[in-house]
Structure formats: C-alpha cells, structure tokens
Write a protein that binds this ligand. Structure first.
Ligand code: PGA
Length: 255
C-alpha cells in the first residue's frame, strides 16, 4: 500500500452465514476492534442482519454494506432488493458481481454494469468484483478476462461518477479454497487492473481507485499481501467470520 490517495479498506463478506444473534455478536467484535484498525473497515452482511448490525455499529467508524442489489429502484422483482432499500436500512456499500453470483446466479458484466449504475445513483459505495477462474489462468486468459470484466462492468460512466468505486480482484481459484494468490501474483494482477483503469479514464482516476484483493485472506497472509504497492485492502470471506478479522483489520506492512 503506497499511495496516500488510497486509504486501505478491509471488508468482511459474511456471505449467507449467521443468525441475527450471531451477527450482533460479530458486529460487536468488529466494532470493538475498529480503533486499532490500520484502515477503513466495513462489513457486508446478509440482508436479514442489516438492521441489527446497523444498531451495533452506530457511532463507530465501521461501515455497513450488503452483498448484492437490483438495478431498479422498486417494482415487481420478487426476491430482489433495491439500492434505495439498502440505503434506507442503513447500508453505505454494496458488493457487485461477486464470482459466486456470476457463477451460481448468472450475473454478467452487463448486469454488473446496471447494478453499478444503480449503486452510484443511489449513493452507495460499490465494490465491483473481478477475477479469473483456474481454467482461465491455466489457459493464459487472465488478462483478457480481467480486461473484459473491467471494461464491461465500468462502461458508460464518466470518471467523476466512478470516484467512489472500489474494485476487488478475487481470483476464483483462491476463494474459499485456502489457496491464496502469492503477493507477487496479486501485485501483478492489481497492476494490470490499474493499467486498465488508466486506459479507460486516465492516470488520476487509476491512481485514486482502490483495488482490494480477495481470496483466502487470513490473519497470517494479510501483511505480506498488503505490502504490495497496488493492493489497497482486502475483501475477506471465511476469516471475516472469526476473531482473525481483527488481526486482518490491524494489518502491518513493512513500509
Ligand atoms: P474467502 O472469500 O476469504 O473465504 O476466500 C472471499 C470472498 O469471496 O469475498
């Protein structure tokens, strides 16, 4: 983490886990550790936990987010939830295009693009996820995949509209597998993504945009990942459900 333009961001993605009582407990743990954090902290919780975790985080600087949204404001979209509803419930952020949603629920760069538009319009900080599968990496397609996802996801917006956007590089082969990208692999991909951001919207946009790494981040590997110049934070799944997240929030770099 080098640029003072980019404040580190540590995000917990709780996925489809925890009851309300458990969410309150974990929210309290995170809130209690926020003072010792090395950057900005957020938790993206299940829809059912938003209201209760909001109360736990009130008055702290931990930000609250959701894991998905729909692109329409309201209407006949059974089972979906809008950006306005998330904001109303207390969210400030939303994860868009997580690989689990792409793989299991048919999300595409086009739906990511529409959801991004809705999040920006509705005032939520979007965390747009990109990343290649193992097959794509082995077939030397990583850069092409990232280029397509970035281009397709971000197309049609002016740089000023995208000033709040956060990108998360999450190689699919590293998610929930215990197989983390090495700091060198993460840095290489982050640098590539930053070059794509520069290609789309120029130097100052690319230099100011935070790119998080996600995929089996742990208390043990966070420091070395955060040592990389273009890694501006972490999107954490499994380890965000445990006390380990406090250590991740308090990452230390050699810089
Ligand atoms: P993981 O998940 O940390 O459990 O690999 C990361 C993510 O899916 O955001």
């Amino acid at each position: 983490m080098t640029s003072p333009l980019r404040r580190p961001l540590l995000v917990g993605n709780w996925k489809m886990n925890l009851t309300m009582v458990q969410s309150i407990e974990l929210g309290k743990l995170v809130a209690g550790g926020a003072g010792a954090a090395s950057g900005e902290v957020a938790v993206c919780v299940p829809f059912t936990a938003i209201a209760v975790v909001r109360e736990v985080l009130r008055g702290t600087n931990v930000r609250l987010g959701a894991q998905n949204c729909h692109w329409e404001v309201s209407g006949a979209y059974t089972g979906e939830i809008s950006v306005d509803q998330l904001r109303d419930a207390g969210c400030q952020m939303v994860i868009i295009g997580h690989s689990e949603r792409r793989k299991l629920f048919g999300e595409t760069d086009e739906s990511v693009n529409r959801k991004l538009g809705a999040a920006l319009k509705g005032g939520l900080t979007p965390i747009v996820c990109v990343g290649e599968t193992l097959e794509e990496r082995e077939a030397q397609k990583t850069w092409r995949v990232l280029e397509t996802q970035i281009e397709g996801g971000l197309k049609g917006f002016a740089p000023a509209d995208l000033s709040k956007v956060v990108i998360a590089y999450e190689p699919v082969w590293a998610i929930g597998t215990g197989k983390t990208a090495s700091p060198a692999q993460a840095q290489e991909a982050h640098l590539f993504i930053r070059s794509q951001l520069k290609k789309i919207h120029g130097e100052s946009f690319s230099a100011g945009t935070r790119i998080l790494y996600g995929g089996s981040v742990t208390a043990e590997n966070v420091d070395s990942l955060m040592d990389s110049a273009d890694v501006d934070g972490a999107l954490v799944g499994g380890a965000s459900l445990k006390k380990d997240f406090l250590r991740i929030m308090g990452f230390q770099t050699a810089r």
